[in-house]
Write a protein that binds this ligand. Structure first.
Ligand SMILES: Cc1cc2nc3c(=O)[nH]c(=O)nc-3n(C[C@H](O)[C@H](O)[C@H](O)COP(=O)(O)OP(=O)(O)OC[C@H]3O[C@@H](n4cnc5c(N)ncnc54)[C@H](O)[C@@H]3O)c2cc1C
Length: 478
């Protein structure tokens, strides 16, 4: 049974957790990273969401959303706001032809190979000097009053630590430790944004898929078609909207699977994006699909959410049939894989020392305790399937600053949080939850935990000027 005493435990080796472990170890802490699956990366890898949004400002105010989304993966214009460990990761993947980027520079959205990503994250964490415990789940905590002293693992093992960083994506440690959190809309119910089971479709004829837009100029305006034809001609990554007219036809014929948990027909909400995958330096004839397929979800209610997962599996198989029957280029395609981890956009959100608001992000506000910048658009999916996707460009100079205080939970000491569960309202969370900002917040939490351990203070009391200086020295744009 595991028995350890370290400076920092990172609970959850996903998007933010892998970066937290690296940053803490590089800054001199003894670190143990706990991951319940057998790979690092969380939503990025096991969740099959291989696209880092947004290393740069994400434009969508002056350009229609579909049009700008189409080219994010090959768009290097505008200022790059997120670097540090996120850019280092991209550079390492680039050497292995596992990402579409340039040395030292990322496009707005980075299309990467999620299998190579699992290995590179593992290597980076180990090279930094942190230990990884796979197949280990945090199931309990050790506390002395309101001070967190460590975690209990599923095998009964115990790890004592000066700071625990909760990067579980669901604020599991926060809940176990009794720190405050909230979930859902305006405290009315526990339902969160739509969930999605990501999946891959193999053997797609991309020439036919692209040419298949031409008869539908109302769905795909000239400027949009021209852009996609150009990107495909140049063999650059792209994202494509699904075919609205064909989808409506399938709904009328009863051939389109109704999303789970709603009586809506899927014409509202988010009917999906198609993205060819990028592997070994090339676009491949496999597409990944992001579709809102489950509404009225409560990912922390396990018996109810288990039913949702079963329903999502049924949805995906039917959706693959719909693609074969209706969508150009998919006639001979097949369901290649579904994600090992369910795509949860939102669950528990902590109540921290500061709650970031939609206005903070839309107005591009700056903070004295900033740990970095983020230019990712607000992207909020509907909870019940009756409203369209909400996308808003973030304001000010094109980015807002992220304050350290949203990583610090109220009441419990010895605890930090990074990733999609940081203290924020629904609108602010819609931008903070992007992968680039999660990696950035992970780097900041890991660095802060290491500085706290060195100084012998609670993370709440870390010298923010010192933290900012260290983050800058470690490549963060500040
Ligand atoms: C469907 C969908 C599409 C998205 N599309 C994009 C996109 O295109 N681009 C983008 O940038 N962002 C996208 N996002 C958002 C982004 O991917 C996530 O918000 C982000 O990856 C979450 O990072 P995280 O570190 O908070 O959690 P995760 O990356 O999910 O990591 C959590 C980790 O903790 C582990 N864990 C959980 N509980 C425990 C425990 N008790 N003990 C041990 N380990 C535990 C899990 O196994 C997992 O590895 C999308 C999200 C979803 C759901």
């Amino acid at each position: 049974m595991t028995q350890k005493n370290v400076d920092v435990v990172v609970a959850g080796g996903g998007t933010s957790g892998f970066a937290a472990a690296i940053a803490a170890a590089r800054n001199g802490a003894r670190v143990c990273l706990i991951e319940r699956s057998t790979a690092l990366g969380g939503t990025m890898t096991n969740g099959l969401v291989p696209g880092i949004n947004s290393m740069r400002h994400q434009p969508c105010r002056t350009v229609p959303v579909g049009l700008s989304t189409a080219s994010h993966e090959s768009n290097f214009s505008g200022k790059q706001y997120i670097k540090g460990i996120a850019q280092e990761l991209v550079d390492r993947l680039l050497k292995l032809k596992a990402v579409y980027a340039h040395e030292g520079e990322s496009p707005v959205r980075v299309n990467f190979d999620h299998e190579t990503m699992k290995l590179v994250m593992d290597q980076m964490v180990r090279e930094a000097g942190a230990e990884i415990l796979y197949l280990s789940e945090v199931t309990g905590v050790i506390k002395d009053g309101d001070i967190l002293k460590g975690v209990v693992l599923s095998d009964g093992g115990v790890i004592h630590a000066k700071t625990v960083i909760d990067t579980t994506g669901d604020a599991n440690v926060v809940a176990l430790a009794g720190a405050p959190w909230e979930q859902g809309r305006h405290n009315v119910h526990n339902h969160t944004q739509a969930a999605s089971l990501y999946f891959l479709i193999g053997d797609v004829d991309l020439d036919k898929m692209i040419a298949g837009m031409d008869p539908y100029p109302t769905d795909f305006p000239d400027v949009y078609r021209e852009m996609l034809h150009r990107l495909w001609g140049e063999k650059k990554p792209f994202a494509m909207l699904s075919f609205p007219t064909l989808m409506r036809k399938a709904i009328e014929n009863g051939d389109y699977p109704p999303p789970c948990g709603t009586s809506q027909t899927a014409e509202r909400g988010f009917a999906g994006l198609i993205r060819p995958i990028y592997r070994n330096g090339k676009i491949r004839n496999t597409t990944m699909h992001n579709v809102d397929m489950a509404h009225m979800c409560d990912p922390t209610n396990i018996p109810e959410f288990s039913k949702t997962i079963s329903a999502m599996r049924e949805f995906v198989v039917k959706y693959a049939e719909y693609l074969r029957k209706y969508i150009p280029g998919y006639g001979d395609s097949y369901l290649l894989s579904t994600a090992h981890q369910i795509g949860i956009r939102e669950s528990r959100i902590i109540i921290g020392e500061y709650k970031m608001t939609g206005e903070d992000t839309l107005e591009g506000r700056e903070f004295l305790d900033a740990i970095g910048w983020c230019g990712h658009a607000v992207d909020v999916h509907d909870d019940n399937g009756s409203r369209d996707l909400e996308i808003h460009e973030v304001g000010g100079s094109g980015a807002y600053q992220i304050p350290y205080r949203i990583l610090v939970p109220q009441r419990i000491d010895g605890l930090l949080v990074a990733g999609r569960t940081v203290s924020s309202d629904i609108t602010a969370n819609g931008t903070l939850r992007g992968q680039a900002s999660c990696i950035l917040m992970g780097q900041a939490a890991g660095t802060a935990a290491a500085l706290a351990a060195k100084a012998g203070v609670a993370p709440r009391r870390v010298d923010v000027a010192h933290l900012q200086k260290q983050l800058k020295a470690d490549g963060v744009v500040l």
